[in-house]
Design a protein around this ligand. Structure first.
Ligand SMILES: *[C@@H]1O[C@H](CO)[C@@H](O)[C@H](O)[C@H]1NC(C)=O
Ligand SMILES: *[C@@H]1O[C@H](CO)[C@@H](O)[C@H](O)[C@H]1NC(C)=O
Ligand SMILES: *[C@@H]1O[C@H](CO)[C@@H](O)[C@H](O)[C@H]1NC(C)=O
Ligand SMILES: *[C@@H]1O[C@H](CO)[C@@H](O)[C@H](O)[C@H]1NC(C)=O
Length: 173
């Protein structure tokens, strides 16, 4: 086990986040981003407004956002931690207001059966492909997020339902 990983697992997360100075073995250079606590320890300041970091750390922050939104389903925590208050939102059912987005999604995501099928991050852009398990057929959701450094600043999404009498017999998933 790598020594930095060993330290990460050996030190209680709270002590890690609060007490250790920036210089104690946590280079923010993306060289050892194998554990969530690394991103948290490496970046103790808020993620927003965005600061320039290398891509692997952006990817790790994006992964934490997805885990909070779709895994933990804590919409307010996900948005307040990782998303700019002045997010540019392109979903026509949403508003240009982070609190309004949180209010709307809080009525949906905690009650939805969602499976995050894949995610990726490249060139300041994060992608999440989500299976929305609904009756009688699941729907496909794709989210695209733009990050400015450490902070998510823009969002697009598309959703597709299997139409009645669909021409393609192949399953959507
Ligand atoms: C969401 O996260 C916040 C901050 O961590 C916490 O106070 C709140 O209880 C969480 N809400 C739910 C529904 O888990
Ligand atoms: C969510 O959907 C999956 C796939 O259809 C299903 O296996 C699972 O039981 C569902 N979970 C809940 C809590 O309904
Ligand atoms: C990276 O994203 C920018 C827009 O943010 C775009 O103009 C550029 O073409 C992209 N580069 C690649 C290699 O995709
Ligand atoms: C699907 O096919 C059934 C049977 O032919 C037909 O009654 C129904 O109107 C069709 N639905 C749509 C949305 O085309």
């Amino acid at each position: 086990m790598h020594i930095v990983q060993f330290i990460l697992f050996a030190v209680p997360p709270l002590a890690l986040a609060v007490n250790l100075p920036h210089s104690v073995g946590f280079p923010c250079d993306g060289s050892d981003l194998t554990h969530d606590n690394h991103a948290k320890a490496c970046l103790r300041e808020p993620y927003c407004p965005g600061r320039e970091v290398d891509e692997s750390l952006q990817q790790e922050i994006f992964t934490l956002f997805l885990e909070t939104l779709y895994g933990e389903k804590n919409v307010s925590k996900a948005f307040e931690t990782y998303v700019d208050p002045n997010i540019i939102e392109h979903d026509p059912e949403d508003a240009q207001d982070r609190d309004a987005i949180v209010a709307r999604l809080s009525q949906i995501i905690p009650f939805a059966n969602l499976t995050l099928l894949l995610s990726n991050f490249n060139n300041n852009t994060g992608l999440a492909y989500v299976k929305v398990n609904e009756d009688p057929e699941p729907a496909a959701l794709a989210d695209i997020y733009r990050m400015d450094g450490t902070c998510i600043v823009e969002h697009w999404d598309v959703i597709q339902y299997r139409p009645e009498n669909s021409t393609n017999p192949v399953a959507m998933f």
